[in-house]
Design a binder for this molecule. Structure first.
Ligand SMILES: Cc1ncc(COP(=O)(O)O)c(C=O)c1O
Length: 396
């Protein structure tokens, strides 16, 4: 992605002219075309009648683009309202859990996923954390040694929310497949940030939010279910779409839409379809390359600021665009608020989002810069300038 391309993409994104946005891991800035797709659908609904304005083509476009992004079939894709809703629906459809069944997770698992797992633990299942290797990533060797016939699920947060770690999702998938163990990937921070091929990952379930690096609207998420795994999942919630009356009874759909509801926001799906098409057109490998080069450079410069400590696991030459740090004398939320006063958006995460990892590392909160291909070297200078001033001036 060259400078002219980035300039063009930024010009097509109205938020870029108003804020210095480094919170793409919270939610990114949509393009004008994505915004228009949403507004135009709402307009059609208001003027012609909401039911009458329903356009099946919108859903088909979104599903086909999601399938292209993930290298899966459109029938394997369901849309949901949030990443957590998608993960929870798939997980809750796995039960009932029996005493002694083992669930293995990485230490960096998303808090919401752990909340769902806690129910299974209450029913008798056992939650175990896979040890990390020396870089802080999930250890594939340690996982190998934990596997026995009682292991029913391996759950991995591929790119954790609290730093730059990229977990070895493919190697873990190869092990899970070899042993016939269900494998769930939380790709919340991965989709739209790096290539994601469900065939290579060997996952049974994968989910991610639309609003983050995919630059889709809030309130959207993608859920992939491997077709051969579909029969294992019995959704806890059904309706006329997921289990329609067939004249004799209610027949559960054979595709991933068994997890959808009949009522959806067509406007949000129209926006998501556009965002997915934009992402596919740019190419996740090109996106990854630009994010990697910008964030490697930024990490190197951040460590030169007085009182700034980076908190990113994994090898330094193989990290994501999420950069976690703390600044001496500053509470992370107050730092985020102070930067916002200057039109700079970053994130701040507490323990609840990644409780096992934060506690293991003794962290109470981290400030988080998340880099997108939309960011420029000039924006990095602005961010560094403000951070330097705050670092030198001390905390509030
Ligand atoms: C890795 C990861 N998983 C899950 C989530 C939750 O997604 P949602 O807020 O869409 O439920 C997040 C949100 O930041 C995340 O970073």
């Amino acid at each position: 992605m060259n400078r002219a391309e980035v300039t063009h993409l930024r010009a097509a994104t109205p938020g870029c002219a108003r804020v210095v946005h480094f919170n793409h891991a919270g939610a990114s800035l949509p393009s004008q075309a994505t915004l228009d797709a949403i507004l135009e659908q709402l307009q059609r609904e208001a003027l012609g009648g909401p039911m009458e304005a329903a356009d099946q083509n919108v859903q088909a476009r979104a599903r086909t683009s999601a399938a292209t992004l993930l290298n899966g079939a459109p029938e394997a894709i369901a849309f949901a309202s949030s990443g957590s809703a998608a993960w929870g629906m798939a997980f809750n459809a796995l039960g009932p859990w029996k005493t002694g069944e083992r669930i293995l997770v990485g230490r960096h698992e998303w808090g919401g996923n752990l909340a769902c797992i806690a129910r299974a633990v209450a029913a008798g299942a056992q939650l175990e954390v896979i040890p990390c290797d020396e870089s802080g990533a999930v250890s594939v060797t340690a996982l190998q040694q934990m596997i026995d016939p009682q292991v029913k699920l391996i759950a991995l947060t591929w790119l954790p929310a609290n730093g730059g770690l990229i977990n070895p999702a493919e190697a873990i998938g190869a092990l899970a497949r070899e042993h016939g163990i269900a494998y769930f990937i939380d790709a919340g921070q991965a989709l739209g940030q790096l290539p994601c091929d469900v065939q290579a990952l060997n996952c049974d379930v994968l989910k991610g939010a639309g609003r983050k690096f995919l630059r889709g609207p809030r309130g959207t998420a993608l859920l992939y279910i491997r077709p051969g795994f579909m029969q294992r999942l019995k959704p806890t919630q059904l309706d006329v779409l997921s289990a329609p009356w067939d004249g004799e009874g209610f027949a559960l759909r054979g595709d991933a839409r068994r997890f959808e509801t009949s009522e959806v926001s067509v406007a949000l799906l129209a926006g998501l379809a556009n965002a997915l098409e934009e992402c596919n057109a740019l190419g996740p490998a090109n996106i990854r390359q630009r994010i990697d080069s910008l964030s490697q450079d930024l990490r190197k410069r951040l460590v030169t600021l007085p009182g700034l400590t980076l908190h990113n696991l994994g090898p330094t030459d193989h990290q994501s665009g999420l950069i976690a740090f703390t600044l001496k004398g500053w509470d992370s939320v107050e730092l985020k608020q102070r930067l916002a006063q200057h039109g700079i958006n970053i994130g701040a995460n507490g323990v609840a989002y990644t409780p096992l990892d934060m506690q293991a590392r003794g962290l109470e909160s981290i400030a988080r810069i998340a880099v997108s291909y939309l960011n420029t070297e000039e924006e990095i200078e602005v961010l560094l300038g403000h951070l330097r001033e705050l670092a030198e001036g001390g905390g509030v």
